[in-house]
Structures are given as structure tokens and as C-alpha cells.
Design a protein around this ligand. Sequence first.
Ligand code: CAA
Length: 258
Amino acid sequence: MGFVTYKQDGFVGVITIDRPKALNALNEEVLKDLESVIDGIDLKETRAVVLTGAGEKSFVAGADIGAMSKMTKEEGRVFGKFGNDIFLKLEALPIPTIAAVNGFALGGGNELAMSCDIRICSENAVFGQPEVGLGITPGFGGTQRLVRAIGTGKAKEMIYTGSNIKAEEAYRIGLVNAVYPQGDLMAAAMKLANKIASNAPIAVQNCKRAITEGYLSDMGHAAEVEEKWFGDCFETEDQQEGMAAFLEKRKVEGFKNR
Ligand code: CAA
């Protein structure tokens, strides 16, 4: 795939946005390649995904400003929907996703990271929604996901000012779960992904479904959502093995995703 590579490493898939000349900025081709990679993930063999950017400077420096500079209102709306649909597809993957943010995560880059379940970053990472300085709003989910990720006050400040924040501030406000030296970031992401992949896959996926379906609804409905996905785990081979291993005081012999 031209601008997006995919590597299978055991149960973990690694997606890399690879357009270093433009700091991995997202134009139509990059977005199309990303969608093809997402569509091609073997969900039987893959239990977690790590998403990162090529190079040591940038995760993704946003949507491509050159491409957007001449768009009409209608073309802008269509481009927004194009990106939103792909990010929604990424967010809806049944397996957990981890953004390993290795540098600039600006505009569409921050929005891409927020479409993943978990974000970790390198010490040189920079986050922001600088769109208002370009005369536009965030357009690939930023006005919606940033509020959900860090709360309305801080999200509105970041979006209205267009000011960037550094890794430590992103950690302090809960936008990322951890900060690592650049050279340690991918190893940390793989360790986290492999830890997730070592658990019962159907249970992990049902956790993701329960959280996604329930967290923005009232507790009554949310509890029903949880009951559904909790019940769905029973009678699976992995539930039986996981509980048998505990009762027999032995280690699980490896979950089968069945
Ligand atoms: N679109 C297109 N090209 C970009 C780009 C982007 N978002 N970000 C960087 N590039 C290109 C630069 O034009 C430059 O190309 P040339 O070498 O051909 O001139 C190359 O990447 C390297 O960039 P810089 O020379 O600017 O590198 P720097 O280290 O001086 O600065 C930076 C790095 C601070 C990230 C700066 O490039 C920058 O501010 N980029 C734009 C960030 C931005 O505003 N992102 C939001 C875009 S809008 C959006 O994303 C809308 C949405 O929500 C969907």
C-alpha cells in the first residue's frame, strides 16, 4: 500500500502512516490507503492494532492543507465526511487499537489518534487542533472526540485557541495514557498490545463493545448493554478454559478466540 503500511507481528497488527515528506499529512490517497489497510485486517488472527507514523518527527501533521486550500464548501463537506467515515470505521474495529504518537499529532493527526482506543506518545509529541488558525473547524471528529476525551472546558480551550500542547500536558489532562522516550515508544506499544492479545479475545472484544455502546447512554441502558456482552462470553471455549485454569490452580494454556 503506497502511503500506509501494515505488518503482522504475531497477534498484533502494526499500521504505519508513511508520507514523511509531508509529515504524514492526510490527503485523499493516504486516507484511501488507510481504509484499505483497515478493511484488510484479518480479524481472526489479529487481537490488537498499533497505529503510528513513519519517522521520528511526526505521527500525522493533519489533513493536507494544500489539498484543502482550493476546496469549495461542498468539496470541504465531502472531504470531511470521507475522513469521518474512515475514522469511524477505525473506531468501530472490534479489536483494541493503540495510537503510538511519535511526534506531531495536529488537526487530523490528533483526530486519528483519538479514533483509537488508547493513546501513548513519545516525549517529543505535540498535540493540537490548529484549524481555526487556517479558517476552518476541526473536520475529522475533533469537535466531538476531544470533548469526550478530555472534557468540554479543556477541549474548547484547545479548539478555540488553536494552541498546541506538549506530551507532558497531554498526559496530565488524560489525552494520553503514558509518555516514553522516542526510542522506547514502539516497544511500549507492542508490550501493551501483546498484553491485551494474551487475554481472552472474545472477552476483550465484548469489553470494547460494552464500553462503546454504553458509555454515552443512561446507566439503565448501559447496564443492559453490559449484561448482554457479559452473557455472550459464557459457553465460549476461552471462558471455560480461563475459569478451569483458575480453579485447577494452573496457567491458561493459551486462549483460542473461540
Ligand atoms: N498538510 C500538508 N503539508 C504539510 C502539513 C499538512 N497538514 N504539515 C506539514 N506539511 C509539509 C510542509 O508543507 C513541508 O512541506 P515542504 O517541505 O514541501 O515545504 C513539510 O511537511 C515539512 O513541514 P515544515 O517544513 O512545516 O516542518 P516544521 O518542522 O517547520 O513544522 C509543523 C512542523 C509545526 C507540524 C508544521 O508543518 C505545521 O504547522 N503543519 C500544519 C499543521 C496543521 O495545521 N494541521 C492541521 C491541518 S487542518 C486539519 O487537519 C483539518 C481537519 O481536522 C480534518
